[in-house]
Design a protein around this ligand. Structure first.
Ligand code: ISL
Length: 630
């Protein structure tokens, strides 16, 4: 039991303490290495408020202690040989259905559109598809607000179209995972309607209603509470006003989730990506959020639900009841969760999740998504080195740079068009040669970049639109739009670019979201025929990874750790060994540590590198003396 008399080093030795302190320091742009100093480590928690002149206050300490004392477990340290599984070998491809392919020319992507592109995905080489929500929804948040879990959204097609898609995926030897959004439902879901109409029925307790509201804020701006005349009460919504948080404390709600998961698994889907699944357990009594933490991370109250007291219990129950009978796969979306917590959520002996998406690599220290800044890949090197060395053999890392909630990575790192292709290929090479399971987001395989939206009217995303209104309270339109442009989720949501024709071959009518302005070379049509394209580089790398066990299960050793701009590592499994050499910058960088016998296998420049690495150059070398590829 930790108390205010405990010392910083004891907090840092605790898995949750390590993640939380690391995260706080990261937000402040500092490294957690300072905590290893004996002087700092010996400081007692209770003197921190005085020492930090109130920056760390008493309320923060109480919350921290509650979080720490709520987690009695520590990750095991034994390192056994990693077990094999299809999802460790797979490359996943995320589809955002609204923007992938429109088959009926209403300007909105749909299921039949996806089915028509399955051969494309097969030739790309991916083995599994993650489909963002396709369920019936009023689309306040593009399907992440579900009205009926067992119905397909009308714009996307019918259940028969879904069955055809699933069959097409399985016929090609691929797998399908769905998006499970069960932290909240739409306010138009039958359960919520009944909770309002018949508060005394069982549905009355399906959501989180309170007579008074606390200070928690929504991720989509403003208070996290909405008042309902019908009950004379507030209901909690961590996301939009139409996304009502479910009450997981109610066993009947958990039973509903078990049932709907089972319903889809019976249909034959292979697993789920679980939307903000770490938010499902809220601290009892819903205490006020700490304003200082709120100011630091931008949202108030998160410390009371991002790693809630019953999270492990709920996940274990869900796995045992619904996933295990089908041996189904799960990957949790877990914002705010660090490496130690991820271990406790995914270790193979814990019976909770198979993998999680950790988000700390997406912004460099001290930045948030809406800051207009250049991402330094040296931070990625530091972050990934830590995970590669310390995540352990009981856990598998989900590797990704992009998804439907983030701007395009190439644009974040270096928007200069001369580097677009080499940089897109460098990112790909890291994704397919680091240790973990790669997830790519539609269009990433073409090197798609951010859109130059010219006005707020071109944006559709609720997060961007709400934030824009919020920002206008303190800044002018130009400054507010600049911020929105830096972080908008709509950069990733513009239509997939199939051809150089009108509307990029996505549809024959004006798409639901602005689609124009990217350079015409960025399409499946043009890149397919070009040997040097980003698309063909993806195809080559995915196939190569699939053929070499060393890249899937092999050990990883990071070399030249202190060398800025140079990221080098070895993957080997006793039989084969590869040396991967990356220049993380747009400068010329001297190579270091490559053996003279190394044999070049794949690279992002047409010819072999010399002693000097060109901007963003990456090369995969065979480093075991063998020159044949198999
Ligand atoms: O809003 C955040 C803080 O910037 C994110 O960390 C947020 O928690 C995360 O993006 C959650 O995303 C998921 O749930 C949302 C949905 O809008 C997203 O598209 C989805 O990926 C609500 O369902």
């Amino acid at each position: 039991m930790l108390t205010k008399n405990s010392r910083i080093k004891e907090v840092y030795a605790h898995p949750v303490g390590r993640d939380v302190l690391g995260k706080v320091l990261l937000q402040m742009g500092r490294s957690d290495r300072i905590l290893l100093s004996p002087l700092i480590g010996s400081i007692k928690l209770k003197i921190l408020p005085t020492l930090t002149k109130g920056a760390v206050d008493d309320a923060f300490l109480s919350t921290l202690l509650e979080l720490l004392n709520g987690e009695p477990d520590t990750p095991r340290r034994d390192e056994l040989a990693e077990t094999s599984a299809w999802w460790k070998e797979a490359v996943f491809y995320q589809i955002y259905p609204r923007s992938f392919k429109d088959s009926d020319n209403d300007g909105i992507g749909d299921l039949r559109g996806i089915t028509s592109k399955l051969d494309y995905l097969k030739t790309l080489g991916v083995n599994a598809i993650w489909l963002s929500p396709v369920y019936d929804s009023p689309n306040d948040d593009n399907g992440y607000d579900i009205r009926d879990y067992r119905k397909i959204m009308t714009e996307f097609g019918t259940m028969a179209d879904f069955d055809e898609l699933l069959e097409g995926i399985h016929a090609r030897g691929m797998r399908l995972i769905m998006d499970l959004v069960v932290n909240h439902t739409s306010d138009e879901h039958q359960w919520f309607k009944k909770a309002l109409e018949e508060p005394d029925s069982k549905y009355g307790n399906y959501y989180i209603f309170r007579d008074t509201r606390n200070n928690w804020t929504s991720f989509f701006s403003g208070s996290a509470w909405r008042f309902f005349e019908e009950r004379g009460q507030y209901a909690l919504h961590l996301f939009s006003k139409k996304q009502m948080d479910l009450n997981w404390e109610n066993p009947e709600v958990r039973q509903e989730v078990d049932d709907l998961v089972g319903w889809w698994l019976k249909k034959g889907v292979d697993g789920f990506r679980m939307d903000v699944v770490n938010y499902i357990s809220k601290r009892e009594g819903l205490p006020e959020g700490n304003e200082k933490i709120g100011a630091l991370i931008g949202f108030t109250g998160m410390e009371h639900y991002f790693y809630g007291p019953r999270l492990h219990e709920y996940l274990r129950e869900l796995k045992a009841h619904a996933f295990a009978p089908f041996n189904a796969f799960s990957v949790g979306e877990t914002p705010g969760v660090g490496m130690q917590m991820s271990k406790l959520l995914t270790a193979d002996y814990r019976g909770e999740l198979d993998m999680v998406f950790s988000f700390d690599q997406l912004e460099t220290p001290g930045h948030v998504r809406f800051d207009d800044y250049r991402y330094d890949l040296n931070y990625y090197k530091k972050y990934i080195t830590d995970w590669m060395e310390n995540y352990g053999s009981h856990c598998r890392m989900a590797l990704f740079f992009e998804n439907h909630d983030n701007p395009r990575m190439v644009s974040k790192v270096n928007p200069d068009p001369q580097y677009r292709t080499v940089l897109a290929k460098l990112l790909a090479a890291m994704l397919f040669t680091l240790k973990g399971t790669p997830f790519i987001f539609q269009g990433q395989e073409l090197g798609m970049i951010n859109r130059s939206f010219s006005s707020i009217n071109e944006l559709q995303d609720i997060e961007s639109l709400n934030l824009y209104d919020e920002l206008l309270k303190t800044m002018d339109e130009k400054a507010a739009f600049k911020k929105i442009l830096a972080g908008s989720r709509d950069h990733a949501r513009v239509p997939m670019q199939w051809t150089i024709g009108r509307f990029a071959g996505f549809s024959e009518t004006e798409p639901w979201i602005y689609s124009g302005d990217d350079d015409s070379l960025c399409s499946v049509e043009t890149q397919s025929g070009d040997k040097a394209s980003v698309l063909n580089f993806y195809r080559e790398l995915i196939a190569f990874r699939g053929e070499h066990d060393a890249l899937i299960y092999g050990d990883i050793e990071i070399l030249n750790k202190k060398e800025k701009d140079l990221f080098t590592y070895r993957r080997s499994n006793g039989e084969e060994s590869f040396y991967i050499e990356c220049n993380l910058s747009d400068n010329i960088k001297k190579q270091k540590g490559r053996s003279a016998e190394a044999f070049r296998v794949i690279g992002n420049y047409p010819d072999a590198p010399s002693m000097l690495l060109r901007p963003y150059e990456v090369t995969i070398w065979r480093a075991d003396g063998k020159r044949s590829l198999k």
